[in-house]
Ligand binder design. Structure first.
Ligand SMILES: [Zn+2]
Length: 109
């Protein structure tokens, strides 16, 4: 068994150091997904070379490529910082083991 409350506090502490206490939210799923750790990181600044609003370059996307790269970099950093934390795991159809944590990054509105 994992002490989820203690675990989440540790996750919050580690990510707060990198992203700031008020920008990090750590929650636990309820019900059947209980144990899943859901992390949100807020107030990320958009990259200077963002072209989200240029329709001819970004016809389909909600975020442009440069914004997506930035968000991916943030979530990658978070996963790396949390690599020693213990999470529950599950196996996918290919029998790969995955940790039950999801990190999402959000731009400053
Ligand atoms: Zn953009």
């Amino acid at each position: 068994m994992i002490d989820i409350i203690k675990r989440n506090k540790e996750v919050k502490k580690i990510l707060s150091r990198e992203f700031g206490f008020n920008n990090v939210s750590v929650k636990n799923d309820r019900g059947t997904a209980y144990g899943w750790c859901k992390v949100n990181i807020y107030n990320i600044e958009k990259p200077k070379d963002c072209y989200c609003d240029k329709k001819e370059l970004n016809p389909y996307g909600y975020h442009c490529r440069n914004c997506l790269n930035k968000l991916n970099k943030i979530t990658d950093t978070a996963y790396k910082l949390l690599r020693d934390i213990k999470f529950y795991t599950y196996y996918d159809d290919m029998n790969y083991e995955h940790k039950e944590i999801i990190v999402q990054a959000h731009f400053l509105e």
